[in-house]
Design a protein around this ligand. Structure first.
Ligand code: CAA
Length: 388
């Protein structure tokens, strides 16, 4: 390609991108089709990603992290997502949610206890906010935490927990207010839950449309005693911590979506150059060229918005608004790009002989999890109207 590099890379960024790209090419891409077909999660990925530093990308070096900026993390994530969105969601959730929540709101003791092992890939992190009856309306969650001596007892069920079946650390939100004095979003705590706690169990693994190689499970807390030292920060601020963290998590999902969209574009370019109809490669037809041009434009626009938002975050500015825009734009780009890729491939796009149908199935969830597209629009509109 002859166009300018819109986001020139630093030496460090090029190095990290190469590490992720090589890992994706050698360890992930050759297996992605089979993992999807068999809905198989290769547990050895956790240790391998950890060994490369890809599970502690934004953690400080004192906790065995790479201490990188957000943009560099997102570049690596896009590389992994372009090979396999299932592996990318593990990396996104782990790096953006539980590790960052402990780093930001944890005590020194909690940070020392969990973060180095999370960075090295010895403990995988998960995030448990949603419940069967609390999805977009996350503050309506009902899992109850009751004080029990110097600790807590938790009762309830969590749903849609990414890699919850393999996590060593789960940051779970539970009500700390009482049924006679409900305090809404201000009556929820965040707890560090480990699977060894009595009363913890992993429930059903979901049979999903896409991201089939990423286990999504429900969790049950049955009179589960959580030691007092596992409470994260203030017992009534857990929902706020979770939403603040989701502002960052949504950047990871945007990078994942852009990786899926980029893979759809690259496959489409190669196929369009090769496939001949009416005596010409189909890439010579404007109907196909326009699709390719639109895909490329949206991917570059999405990446620019995402990187500008990542840089704003690293400058310490609030990113709720632009984080929601980044995730919304990137996920709709992934859905459009994969839909167009199937159209370019025609019948071959509709069968499992080519990877574009997997990309299409994987793209859909980026419009749903970590806040649906409708919730992102709510967040954006509230910011706009609030600032009038
Ligand atoms: N950062 C910090 N605080 C925030 C915040 C943010 N981004 N958004 C809201 N808050 C605060 C508000 O200021 C408010 O505080 P006060 O009580 O002091 O006023 C409090 O949180 C409640 O806010 P709202 O009144 O706006 O709450 P709401 O009930 O109207 O809901 C919402 C807001 C935007 C709809 C929110 O519930 C939401 O984002 N829902 C989607 C949930 C979601 O993204 N779930 C994803 C689950 S994780 C996942 O997908 C699984 C995975 O593993 C990939």
């Amino acid at each position: 390609m002859r166009h300018a590099a819109l986001h020139p890379l630093t030496e460090e960024q090029r190095e990290i991108q190469n590490v992720a790209r090589e890992f994706a090419a050698n360890e992930i891409a050759p297996n992605a089709e089979r993992w999807d077909r068999e809905a198989f999660f290769d547990e050895s990925l956790i240790g391998k990603l950890g060994a490369l530093g890809l599970l502690g990308m934004m953690l400080p070096e004192e906790y065995d992290g790479l201490g990188l900026d957000t943009r560099t993390y997102l570049m690596a994530l896009e590389e992994i997502a372009a090979a396999d969105a299932s592996t990318a969601v593990l990396m996104s959730v782990h790096n953006s949610l539980p590790t960052q929540m402990i780093l930001r709101f944890g005590t020194d003791e909690q940070k020392r206890r969990f973060l180095p092992r999370m960075a090295r890939g010895e403990l995988l992190g998960a995030f448990a906010l949603s419940e069967p009856e609390a999805g977009s309306d996350a503050a309506s969650l009902t899992t109850q935490a009751v004080r029990d001596g110097d600790g807590w007892r938790l009762n309830g069920a969590k749903s849609w927990v990414t890699t919850g079946s393999h996590a060593g650390v789960i940051v779970a939100m539970a009500r700390t207010d009482t049924p006679d004095l409900r305090r809404g979003a201000r009556g929820i705590g965040a707890f560090i839950v480990t699977p060894d706690l009595a009363g913890f169990s992993v429930g059903k693994k979901e049979n999903k449309l896409g991201l089939r190689a990423s286990p999504t499970v429900s969790l049950s807390f049955d009179n589960m005693r959580v030691p007092g030292e596992n409470l994260l920060g203030d017992a009534s601020h857990g929902f706020i911590y979770a939403l603040q963290s989701l502002d960052n998590g949504r950047l990871g999902i945007a990078a994942q979506a852009l990786g899926i969209a980029r893979a759809a574009l690259e496959l489409s370019l190669a196929y369009a150059a090769e496939r001949k109809q009416f005596g010409h490669a189909i890439s010579e037809f404007q109907a196909i060229q326009f699709k390719l041009a639109d895909m490329a434009m949206r991917i570059d626009a999405g990446r620019s918005l995402l990187y500008a938002t990542a840089d704003a975050k690293d400058r310490g500015e609030p990113i709720k608004h632009f984080g929601a825009m980044s995730k919304l734009f990137a996920s709709e780009t992934a859905m459009r790009a994969t839909t167009e890729a199937i159209q370019i491939f025609g019948g071959y796009g509709y069968v499992k002989d080519y990877p574009v149908e997997r990309l299409f199935r994987d793209a859909k969830v980026t419009e749903i999890y970590e806040g649906t597209s409708e919730i992102q629009r709510v967040v954006i509109a509230r910011e706009l109207l609030g600032s009038l």
